[in-house]
Design a protein around this ligand. Structure first.
Ligand code: SIN
Ligand code: MN
Length: 266
């Protein structure tokens, strides 16, 4: 799948693009079920909120077949190959839960800030492309983005190891207010199957979820192969050190997998 000129222009100017209904409900349903199975497992890759609710499942593409297919999906991989002009590899893969009633905040941050400081990634030639597994509403903790904030390079940040269970390089309130005054705020919402991609330097965050509606989103962090990380400090299953270029699966691979699973269950 290739991005159009208009989408490339929006990405350059605003730092993000939303593609509604990129995956069908049939494709998404199988992933949603697999996510719940994974959250119920006790394994080091599944991180929990302070409350004990699941927060994120790292590296699910390495131990779950359906997420393995998603991690090679042309609708996600090809747009980033197009943007970076080269093959990409998986730097990080996570299935964020934002559980009903208990999903915690993600403080304001830039992704590349963490990849540079913690992983030794040379340039912001990596980015998150995410897939909505549940419907994302204005009220269940949607991702909030500050348009145009990717134009400011890596901003000063402090390492917050206490607010949530997840250590993060976060921005201070004055910086966020200044950027919002310039670029505004958006919170893309939509049905399961929507895809959101955003620049590695785009400032973003999300608030807690006190509604009865879970908000699961999968994040593929794809990095240009030549931009592979140089100084890893985190676990291999958080910041991968296998820089093998991704070879895409067929476009209907997830659908075929979902249908095979449904037939097997009959
Ligand atoms: C992230 O920024 O890495 C995750 C934010 C979210 O899932 O709300
Ligand atoms: Mn982030």
């Amino acid at each position: 799948m290739k991005l159009t000129e208009a989408q490339l222009k929006q990405f350059d100017e605003e730092g993000w693009i939303f593609l509604p209904e990129c995956f069908s409900l049939e494709e998404i349903a199988v992933l949603r079920g697999e996510a719940e199975t994974i959250y119920n497992q006790q394994r080091p890759e599944v991180w929990r909120e302070k409350s004990g609710a699941p927060r994120t499942a790292f590296a699910a593409h390495t131990y779950n077949e359906a997420f393995g297919i998603l991690g090679r999906h042309p609708r996600l991989v090809e747009p980033l190959e197009q943007l970076f002009g080269e093959k990409v590899y998986m730097h990080q893969f996570k299935v964020n839960a934002k559980a009903k009633f208990t999903g915690d905040v993600w403080q304001w941050h830039q992704d590349y800030g963490t990849w540079a400081r913690d992983d030794g990634m040379p340039e912001p030639r990596a980015m998150n492309i995410s897939v909505f597994l549940d419907e994302v509403f204005p009220f269940n903790g949607p991702l909030m983005l500050i348009p145009k904030s990717h134009k400011h390079g890596v901003l000063e940040a402090g390492h917050d190891t206490s607010t949530t269970s997840y250590p993060l390089w976060t921005l201070d309130n004055d910086a966020v207010e200044r950027l919002v005054n310039q670029g505004g705020l958006v919170a893309p919402t939509g049905k399961p199957g929507g895809v959101l991609m955003f620049h590695g330097n785009l400032v973003h965050g999300s608030s807690g979820n006190i509604t009865p509606f879970p908000r699961k989103i999968v994040y593929l962090t794809l990095n240009a192969v030549s931009n592979h990380i140089r100084k890893p400090t985190r676990e291999e299953w958080i910041a991968h050190q296998d820089f093998t270029p991704i070879e895409c699966c067929p476009d209907d691979a997830l659908l075929q997998y979902a249908r095979a699973q449904a037939t097997a269950a009959e």
